[in-house]
Design a protein around this ligand. Sequence first.
Ligand code: ADP
Ligand code: ADP
Length: 227
Amino acid sequence: MLRVKKVSKVYNRKFKALSDIDLDVNDGEFLAIMGPSGSGKSTLINILGLLDNDYTGDYYLDNQEYKDSDDVSMSHIRGDKIGFVFQNFKLLSNYTVFENIEIPLIYSKTQTITDRQTVINEVIEQVGLQGKENNLPSELSGGQQQRVAIARAIVNNPQIIIADEPTGALDSKTGHEIMDLFRHLNETFNTTIIMVTHDKEVADFAMRTVYIRDGKLYQDQQSVVDK
Ligand code: ADP
Ligand code: ADP
């Protein structure tokens, strides 16, 4: 499980982007984080995803505290435990589908090409991209590109997927297909999913939604309205 306690983040020594965030995310949970633009969503998931260690407060992953971790150990834990999915896919445009998915395996030192091939074929099937292995991202639709990004995020078998507006660049039907895939990964592999979205219909695919506004976290919509 992932837990943060009293997490606060200040930019430029004056702007308080997050204040006293407490959040527990259970293993196997599918959590949506909603909030208006500028409310602190990206700041929060960068901390949850071990991309940022410049904050105050406590951070625990699997009961281990990662306060004051250095960049190298953070990147190791990230590579081991967390997969990232972004709004704009962030695929390498000169690499094929296969090669994009292969990148994390090269970093994690999965040794032989045969081993890599086996794992990549498995995730390609999971995300439904059979036959597209040798295509370039530009030859795919937006939804297919996001499937490649999801395959790349899961190829190392992460415990957690962190997704920042994963449907933001997709039409609503395609977005819902991507949510069906997230739900499938969540149910089949018990992968924890933490997803930022603006879209209520997309958030409805999650088991639980929390709300962020002006850097404060609320566990339900009503407490935001009442505040
Ligand atoms: P969201 O993802 O909800 O749009 P962000 O986490 O990106 O919000 O930003 C929260 C607030 O912090 C915003 O007011 C934004 O302008 C500010 N902010 C974000 N990143 C930086 C930064 N690197 N330097 C200064 N201010 C920042
Ligand atoms: P999002 O679409 O996820 O809300 P933003 O457009 O708010 O992202 O921000 C994109 C990136 O720019 C963020 O990662 C953040 O670190 C940085 N950023 C946002 N606001 C500021 C700011 N006021 N000053 C410097 N950097 C910022």
